[in-house]
Design a binder for this molecule. Sequence first.
Ligand code: ATP
Length: 212
Amino acid sequence: MNLDQSKIPQATAKRLPLYYRFLKNLHASGKQRVSSAELSEAVKVDSATIRRDFSYFGALGKKGYGYNVDYLLTFFRKTLDQDEITKVTLIGVGNLGTAFLHYNFSKNNNTKIEIAFDVDYNKVGSDIGGVSVCHLDDLEKELPEDVTVAILTVPVGAAQSITDRLVSRGIKGILNFTPARINVPDDIRVHHIDLAVELQSLVYFLKHYPSE
Ligand code: ATP
């Protein structure tokens, strides 16, 4: 199962956590094999794409048998570095940020929000979902060095200056929930999730491309 990860296309890489979550559930329910059709139904990715994705990691399904769940799980665990916890910070403890702190991704992933920041003194000093909220002025002082990812849930106007500080502090990846298109150096990865745009796009598709 040796694999050159740079050969996995980015679109495939993005689907890995989805596959992993489903396979973990299958494994827990005692299933030993799964067909691409079953996987397709569960994760809503067409089966041709699943077969192509899986062929990148040398998992070749057998006709009439499907894929071996254990083999796939071992592969995903290794590839997704499930043995290692990625530490995350959250900036902006508003409605959305608070929801993330309560959720804290613990059920699905080996990611953990370690510390949160805000400017509102009503929130600073509190503990939400087991995570301490510090003042943004103390970012450089309080942010542990092994935190590599940040979730941004601040108002749009604050996004870029906070981003600049996070980058200086060594953050490598940002999950940006603000509508701001933030600028970062080439070696920093930003994933942008604009919930309002996603919702609008869903409504648009429902109107203009109703399913048969
Ligand atoms: P709330 O209901 O608490 O106002 P919200 O999500 O509706 O939350 P936003 O105005 O989007 O409100 O603010 C999100 C959070 O970001 C708030 O907790 C706010 O205090 C915080 N915030 C605002 N400006 C900054 C900043 N410059 N740095 C860090 N956090 C900030």
